[in-house]
Structure formats: C-alpha cells, structure tokens
Design a binder for this molecule. Structure first.
Ligand code: BES
Ligand code: ZN
Length: 844
C-alpha cells in the first residue's frame, strides 16, 4: 500500500463497540473491535500494531485478511462496498512503552503498585484496539472493559460508566470523536470533585501515594478554566465530565483526551503549602492548555497531522489567554516573553528548520513534528500576532463561528483563517500564510540614511543560511505613525528622521509589546537614543532589547563584546523578566571561557558584580507577602551567586542546609534546588549523595525529586558521577520519563565525558526504552545545547551522522550539527573580544 493512502479513504467508520479484557498479571490484552462503517472499496485496511489478529468477520461472515507491523495494518478483502460491520478479534501485549495501554508504577506504604492508563496520540490507539487511527476518521465509541479487578479499584474513561455486568464496565456512548482522544485508566485512585457553573462535573484523580491536599490547586484551576472557555468560545463544554488524572509514568507532559485529560504528576499535583510560584504557574498553564484543546483539537480536530499546529499552536496561546483572565495578577504573558519567545526566535533562526505547517505521512515523522520551539512557541507567537491584529472581539466571534461550523468534525488552517477573516474583515489568511508556510523570520533593520528613517527586512540566520529571498507580512507595531501597520515590502522610507523624532518626542521603536515574530536591528543613532531613555522602557521593552541584541550577537551581526558593557545597566531591575533575560545573556558568555581559566574567574566576578546588590536585597529565603516579581527574581539571582562563587552567599546557603538537614523536602520549594546544589557542589560528601539519592527513590513529591535531579549532577566527584550513571538504566530509581533531565544535568557539569560516553555506548538501550516517544529526539537537542568545542563537534558528527536516516531523527541531527558548528565558530571568532569586554566591565 502506498504510504500516502489514508485508510479513511477506504473505510469510514461511524461507530465502534470495543470490548477489552486486560490482565495485569499476564500482561495481556484480548478483545474485539466491532466497527460499523462505509466501505469505499472492497480492499480495505484497518490499523493495528503489535497485535495478533485471530478472526475478522464482515456482517457476520468470515472474510480473508492479513496483518503486519510494517504497514501497521490489517488488510481485509470484503465482498461488497457500502455499509459494513466488521468484528475483529485480537490479542496484544501490555508493554512498558508509555504508549497504547500501559502500566504506571508507584509505591504505596512500601508496596509496589500499578495503575493502568492510556496514551494514544499520535498513532497508538492502534496498539489498543483495531481502528481507523486517523484524526479525520471520527466516530462514536462504546467501550466495555474487563480487568483483573481488586476490591476498591476505580475505572474512569472519556464518558461516565453506565453499568457493570459480570465484571465488565460499560461506558456511555461517546460523542463523535477521533481515536487518538480515547482514554481510560484503572487502579487504586483517590479523587476530588466539583461542578462548574454550567453543571460540568470536574475531577482530579491521583494515586493514593499523594496527600489529598495536592489535588486542590488543579481542581480549582480546571474548574475556572472550563468556565472561562465556555464564555470565551461561546460554546458549551459538550461532555458530562472533565477528569484530570495524574499518571506516575507519562512520556509527554500532558494529554488532552476528551473528558479524561492525563498529566505527568509534576504537571498536576502540588503541595499548596510549599510550592514555588513558578511551579504553580506552570501547572496552571498546562491544565489550561489541555482544557483549551477540549474545544480546539477535540471538538474540532485537524483534518490531518500536517495541520497539527491548529491544535498545538492554538492551545499554546490559549493557556496564556485563559490564565491571564482567571489570575490577572500573575502577569502570565511575561512568562510567554521569557519562555516561548526566545525559544522560537533561537530555533527558527537556524537554516533547515521546518515551517509551522509541514507535509507529513510517516508515524515517526508525525511524532517529530511536536517541536516545542516551532509548532508550539512559534505557532503560538503567530496566533498572538493574529490576536493583536484583529482584537479579542473578532477573535471570539470568529471562533464561535468556527466551532459552530466544524463541531464534531475536522478543519484545516484555511478554515480558521476564513472564520477569523469573516469576523474581522481582514484578509487574515494572506498575512498568516507568509508566517505559516515559510520557515524562519526576518530581522528588520532600522537606519537613518541621509537623514531619512528607513527600514529593511531580510531573513535572520544564526549560522550559515541560504538567502531564499523570503519576505514576510510584518505587523510592525511601531510607536511612530509613519511606519506602516503591515510591512510587506523589502524596504521602506518612513520620512525625515529629525522631524519624526521631534514630532513623537520619543526614540523610534518597532515591535512594541514584542508580539510579532521578528527582531530589530537599530543602527547606532537609533540604538543610542533608546539606551539614553532606557528607564522609560517597560519591562517587556527592556527584555526585548537585550533579547534582540543577544540574537544579533549569536548571528554575528553585532559582537557580544558590545553587549557586555550594557549588562550592569539592567542589574538593579526589580522585574523578574528583565533579570531572566539579563542572566540569560550572561549565561551565554560561559561558552567563551575555559574551565579553570583566568577568563572564567573574570566571568564569575562579573556575575558577582551584577548580582551582589540583589542578593543582599532579596536574601536566600522567601519572605511573607513579597511581590510576585521578587519571588520569581530570587532563583535567578541565587543561581548567579552560585556561579559567582561568592563566599558569603555559599556560606549562607550552607547554613540553611545544615539547619534543615533532617527535613530537606521541607525547605522552601522556590529556593530548595539552589541550597541542595550548593551543598552537593561545594560541601558535598558520599554520605550526602546517598541521602539525596535515597530521598529521590522514596519521595512521591515531583518537585522535590526534580530538585534532587538538578542538584546531584553538580557533584565534582568523578566516583559519584559514575555512581549516578550506574542508576540511569535502573527504572526503580530513575523513571525513563525523568532520565533526560538527569542526563542533561550530568552532561552540563563535571561529568560531561562520562554522560557523553554513556549515551554513545548505550544508545541502543535508550532507543529501545524511549525510542518511540516524543522525548527521544530531545536527548540530541540537550546534548547540542551543551557542546561548544571543536572536539565535541567532531565526536557529535562521528556518532550521529551514521544515524541520520533514522525516521524522526533526520532533521534534528542535521540542524544540531549546524548549531554546534555555528557555536564553535562564534567562540573562535569572538572569545578574545568578549573576554576583554568582561575584564573591562568588571574593572569599571
Ligand atoms: N497533545 C499534546 C501531547 C502530545 C504531544 C501527545 C506529542 C503525543 C505526542 C498535549 O496537548 C501537549 O501539548 N502537551 C505538552 C504540555 C503542554 C502543556 C505544553 C507536552 O506534553 O509537552
Ligand atoms: Zn497540546
């Protein structure tokens, strides 16, 4: 069968009766998938993967069939086309792959327990029951599930249970939906429930290894998010319930199954009495993201995976829209500016990056589309740009229409632009196509030439890039009226600069608010004018200035040496996002210094100089009643103080550690990781190492565990590094879902060689363990993030180039090789100038 034939073209299901018998003890699934649908041809195909098919009937008559894992199909020969009911008997294994139907493992009072859950997106429903596993193949589903049930266990699914008979749990018929959104789970669960204003039951479910209060925060955010979306979308939530379930083993971050959203424990549960504000923000945005999908993705689904952005870019924007509405004091869009914006701008500047909209067929390639920088961050930025252009009223009116037209069906990007275009009266599609279909983004250069203020757009590259003459329709958002709203040409002259400057009374700026996906290169006249009025700029404008300068330096359009002297001017800021970007730029200087060198000493001194007053102001420990900004700034400053190796700061942290030695989990969560890291790095011992690793094994507190995973790899002791690497493949210590963070940590510290040796030697094990899941490629990405020497570049190429044809890895390997090569070249070209600038700035 040709790869590009979608099975939906051959057989169009309308209803499923799925019976599953799941046995945890034998790790076996058996069942029957009965599918009623319309056969378009007599030779049809139904998806399956890793199954044994024992019988297929069509309208009660046995029919010939074959099946294989190569095409992930059952090929069936029918005698006629038209309305047909297939019944397919199958057996399948229950495996630990975190895909399909799979067990999660946890401990309760020293006893090992299991919770069975599901993860079907993108193409794993076919591992659970035979189906046409394509987003367009929407149908209604009746699920009936039997399992080796123990007293007290709970089973939940997309819809409420209607009856139990002979140990079989029957669930209510679903609405018309895609197979990848089906979900269920069973085990020994606890839950908390509430009801929205409109009568939707909302619940949070978790294992009993957690304290009941850990469910409260999520319940509140979920309830208020649904209420917000029902109002914003002007479309009711269509199911009777919305369950949120935390699974101990989970490959993605969270998954929007309709009515039964699943999460990593770290992204749903939190201790209301000891959780960092940043963690609360993250949990809230994750919940809001998945609940945005209940409409955008679930009610209306992309027709095919090439329009994955319709799902993910939209949900990524809406998580901020929703949280900003329900928690306005959080200023959550600031997190968008420090998180999503730079991620998108960095990745999208490397030649070879994909566009947001991409053609795709192969399942491994579909999974590789979930690129957090492009489909999520750039896509969300694109939609933020649309929102800024058309305004919320038109956005809401357009969405209401979009849902009304396409509900329980599928849509493409063009359908969304049509709905938003009709609501706003703007040709949204024409503007957005330039952003959606083209990779990359422009740098807009603003210059005064012969007294005239001019602008020019050109694709921005970090590293070598082939200029393909791309042009974008750029929403300029200038503070000068002379600048056009949309800049679609390559060049424009805005008028006499002196007159414009005089008339406006303030420096010329572009992309005010930083909502458009481009960067600005001001010439010296314009930049000096802005810098002379730095204090007039709000936090986002200051952040943007540094962010754009950093990108220009990465692209070698200016020198990092020119940015270094500017850094002290931002150091006294009380804005968390300004500090975030300031220390982000400073951290980028680390690649220019060799470990143990005099230059490194200078750089540490610069960090100390920048952070000294702030650490005195904020102290190590959170204070009651302090501002959100102070809460968010402190971790940034502590991290800088640790790098600076400021003696007083290290001693203060050591004292806090000593005083809390018996209850490290009880240290304030916002600063705990820095206290632990300081101890491991500067005051460590084998006993401390064992204590923390033991806590890691025993704790069910995801945030404490993440802190230990970040702190232990800072050990300078090579024996302890070896001990850590020894447990990488021990799932009882480090769950595969958490391994990447450990690997990155060790690679980024003294254990770099050991971690790099490990991944090269045990690549096969890694592929077997996490090969099929969305995190796999990110092991390559995080390696790339750390490497900056010619030696590592050569080793990286030697190891990864032979793997370049592995499905799903091709783009990552190609791009990452370029990223490291570009960084090596930058270090070579700039290190002397940068280090001289650091030395000079420290002296000044
Ligand atoms: N639909 C995705 C989860 C997913 C991703 C499933 C890739 C299968 C393959 C979900 O809505 C999502 O985007 N999850 C994010 C977290 C989110 C809050 C940004 C994730 O898993 O990283
Ligand atoms: Zn999503």
């Amino acid at each position: 069968m040709a790869e590009s034939t979608h099975f939906y073209e051959l057989f169009q299901p309308s209803h499923y009766n799925v019976f599953l018998d799941i046995n945890r003890a034998t790790k076996q699934i058996s069942g029957t998938s009965t599918i009623t649908g319309d056969a378009k041809e007599t030779g049809i195909a139904i998806h399956q993967k890793y199954m044994t098919i024992s019988a297929v009937t069509a309208d009660g008559q046995a029919v010939p069939f074959t099946f294989d894992d190569e095409t992930e199909a059952i090929h069936i020969e029918l005698t006629k086309t038209g309305e047909t009911t297939l019944a397919i008997d199958f057996n399948a294994p229950l495996t630990d792959s975190m895909m399909g139907i799979y067990p999660s493992y946890y401990e309760l009072n020293g006893e090992k327990k299991q919770l069975i859950g599901t993860q079907f997106e993108t193409t794993a429903a076919r591992q659970a029951f035979p189906c046409v596993d394509e987003p367009e193949a929407k149908a209604t589903f009746d699920l009936a599930i039997k399992f080796d049930e123990q007293p007290g266990e709970t089973i939940i699914s997309n819809m409420p249970e209607v009856k139990t008979e002979d140990g079989v749990h029957y669930f209510d018929t679903t609405v018309r939906m895609s197979s990848y959104l089906i979900a269920f789970a069973f085990g020994d669960l606890q839950s908390k429930l509430t009801t929205t204003k409109s009568g939707v039951q909302v619940g949070v479910f978790a294992t009993k290894a957690h304290q009941a209060k850990e469910l409260d925060f999520a319940l509140d955010i979920a309830k208020r998010s649904i209420e917000f979306y029902e109002d914003f979308y002007q479309t009711p939530y269509p199911l009777p319930h919305s369950w949120q379930l935390a699974l101990p083993d989970f490959s993605a971050g969270a998954m929007e199954n309709w009515g039964l959203v699943t999460y990593r424990e770290a992204y749903l549960l939190l201790d209301p009495d000891n959780t960092a504000f940043e963690t609360k923000q993250r949990v809230a945005t994750v919940i809001a993201h998945e609940l945005a999908h209940q409409w955008f993705g679930d009610l209306v689904t992309m027709k095919w995976w090439d329009d994955l952005w319709l799902n993910e870019s939209f949900a990524n924007m809406m998580e901020y829209v929703a949280i900003d509405a329900i928690e306005p004091d959080w200023h959550i869009w600031e997190a968008f500016q420090t998180g999503e914006a730079p991620m998108a701008l960095q990745r999208d500047a490397t030649d070879g990056v994909q566009s947001v909209h991409v053609q795709v067929e192969d399942p491994a390639e579909i999974d590789a589309l979930f690129d957090s920088a492009i489909v999520y961050a750039k896509g969300a930025r694109m939609l933020v740009m649309v929102r800024a252009l058309i305004g919320d009223d038109a956005l809401r009116a357009g969405l209401k229409n979009y849902f009304a037209t396409h509900h329980y069906g599928n849509a493409t990007g063009a359908d969304l632009w049509a709905a938003l275009g009709a609501a706003s009266g703007m040709d949204v599609g024409a503007i957005m196509t330039s952003w959606l279909e083209q990779p990359g983004y422009p740098v807009v250069s603003a210059q005064v030439v012969d007294g005239k203020l001019t602008i020019h757009q050109q694709q921005f590259f970090i590293g070598d890039g082939k200029d393909a003459g791309r042009q974008w329709q750029v929403p300029l958002n200038s503070n000068y009226d002379a600048a056009p709203a949309i800049f679609a040409a390559t060049d424009a002259t805005l008028g006499d600069y002196a007159e414009l400057r005089q008339a406006s009374g303030e420096p010329f700026r572009l992309n005010v608010g930083n909502n458009s996906h481009f960067i600005v290169k001001y010439d010296d006249t314009l930049l000096q004018d802005i810098l002379a009025h730095l204090d007039d700029l709000d936090a986002i404008a200051q952040l943007q200035l540094l962010q754009d300068l950093r990108l220009l330096a990465e692209g070698q359009q200016i020198s990092y040496a020119d940015i270094v002297p500017l850094l002290p001017r931002f150091a006294a800021s009380h804005s968390a996002i300004v500090n975030d970007v300031l220390y982000g730029v400073a951290a980028n200087l680390k690649k220019f210094v060799k470990e143990g060198s005099a230059e490194e000493q200078q750089l540490r001194a610069l960090f100390g100089q920048l952070s000294g007053d702030q650490i005195a102001r904020l102290g190590w420990l959170p204070r009651a009643g302090e501002s959100n900004d102070d809460q968010l700034t402190r971790p940034t400053i502590l991290s800088a103080a640790l790098y600076a190796k400021d003696d007083a700061a290290l001693q203060a942290a050591h004292d806090i550690f000593t005083a809390n030695q018996d209850n490290l989990a009880g240290l304030p969560a916002a600063v705990r990781v820095y206290i632990l890291a300081n101890e491991v790095e500067n005051f460590g011992s084998a006993a401390l190492f064992d204590q923390l690793l033991n806590d890691y094994r025993k704790s069910s507190d995801a945030s404490y565990k993440a802190d230990i995973a970040a702190a232990l790899p800072t050990t300078p002791d090579s024996d302890l590094v070896a001990k850590l690497i020894d447990v990488f493949e021990d799932a009882d210590t480090i769950k595969p879902q958490d391994l990447r963070a450990w690997y990155r940590g060790v690679l980024a510290h003294k254990g770099q060689q050991a971690a790099w040796d490990w991944i090269r030697n045990d690549w096969q094990w890694l592929e077997d363990t996490v090969g099929g899941d969305m995190e796999f490629t990110t092991y390559i990405t995080v390696t790339t993030g750390v490497f900056h020497t010619p030696e590592r570049l050569a080793e990286f190429k030697a190891f990864f180039e032979p793997k370049i044809n592995t499905p799903g890895l091709t783009r990552e390997i190609t791009m990452d090789t370029k990223v490291i090569a570009t960084r090596v070249a930058l270090v070579e070209a700039e290190k002397d100038a940068v280090n001289a600038a650091v030395a000079q700035t420290v002296k000044d």
